[in-house]
Write a protein that binds this ligand. Sequence first.
Ligand code: FAD
Length: 448
Amino acid sequence: MRVAICGGGVAALEALLALHERLPMHIDLIAPNRKFVYQPMAVAEPFGLARTQLFEIGDIAQELGAELHVGSLERVDSANRCVVLAGGTSLPYDAAIVAVGARRNTWLAGAMSFGGADDAGAFAELLVRMEGGVVSQLAFAAPPGVSWTLPLYELALLTASRVAERGVAGVQLTILTPETNPLASFGTTASAMLRSQLSDRGIRLRANATVEKLVGTRLELSTGEAMDVEEVVALPRLEGPGIQGLPADAEGFIPIDDRCQVLGLEDVYAAGDATAFPVKQGGIATQQADVAAESIAARLGALSQPSVFEPMLRGMLLTGVAPVYLRAGVDATAAHGDVAPNPLWMPPTKIAGLYLGPYLARGPYLARGSAVVDRPSLEDRPASRDPEALQAAHREARELALDFAEADARSGDFRSALSWLEVIEQFDGALPAGYLAKRDAWQTHAGD
Ligand SMILES: Cc1cc2nc3c(=O)[nH]c(=O)nc-3n(C[C@H](O)[C@H](O)[C@H](O)COP(=O)(O)OP(=O)(O)OC[C@H]3O[C@@H](n4cnc5c(N)ncnc54)[C@H](O)[C@@H]3O)c2cc1C
């Protein structure tokens, strides 16, 4: 049995973990990138609250017994059951999973595009300009059609916290989004929570607003209205990957059925941002990869009842104070979802994947030397019934953990100090202000 997994991102690695768990087989992993970039924390990087984590794909492939081919999928030749890479190499498959992600395009000329870790440096420079009083009117714009706006809200909330912390006066932040309500896909409770967070921080919100163009400092909307801004930060617009031999919708995304099989192609599956499913989100990408892996296992007779794709959105929103956890079924009528200060799944990773979350959460200090995660251990938890008491307890626990970390560092036990920081980072999603630099220093002292 040969399975070709094309991609080196979230969906591909989840598929690799899920297949490794189920069946002895030869897996070819085809990825152009040698490092897997964990994008969600890129929003915290400009603020010095976290550093984007990079993982060596070669190490992961080796640990999970896959053969890594550094290259790009160019074509799926379903008639001859092989994938063809740029350069002409052809690899036969019994089943293939296409997880090549989406293309990220800039769409608003004149705006700063924030598409992940590569843009963290430019955003950090913008913060310096704001603190120096050079920029005081900043707009955050979601592109038409984007379904995953959470990073935009995080950037705005973290910017507001930074500006308040540093006492920078006169800054006006505005979010413009085509969504009917902020984070509408998480339901009305989440939207109400976010509206109140934004208004508490003085961030203006324009929902139902499609930005058309930026002319100098004039931001024009599709309704004909305009507003004056000094800088605009925009999320990129996503476009399908355009792989030859695969069907595509009008925007180039790959249509799949509820088993994540590519429409009309036997034994070819697709998962993640590359698919035509409207929500492009890491947790959803992992769920599709799991369904594809189960479908393959079922084709081989190793599983009698493979799951169908029943999307569940899980999001951790960084707010600059404690994070907020969100969970909702994805359907147009979802009126309510869970919104809580306590983790709604464990481990509480930003990308909540059945295998990938626990696998990547084996931090160097928490689970030193632990083996490959053998079985899925992402676990849903209920929302707290007393969120205020929980927030107070959380604050107390964070302060206690910081006290322990400082005490350990003072006594020279830097490994233990780092473990405390790791605990805080796992539960808060990011470190408190100033602790990234301390962690670097402690790591040096610990000899890591
Ligand atoms: C700033 C930011 C914050 C985010 N926050 C969150 C969050 O909090 N929670 C969440 O769930 N999601 C979040 N996301 C979204 C999440 O990162 C994506 O939805 C997820 O990475 C999609 O997974 P994927 O595997 O489909 O694509 P990707 O992870 O983009 O991986 C695609 C892979 O395919 C490779 N590739 C490309 N072309 C080819 C080819 N021709 N052949 C072979 N390989 C190819 C690429 O090099 C890459 O390795 C965030 C994204 C960003 C940018």
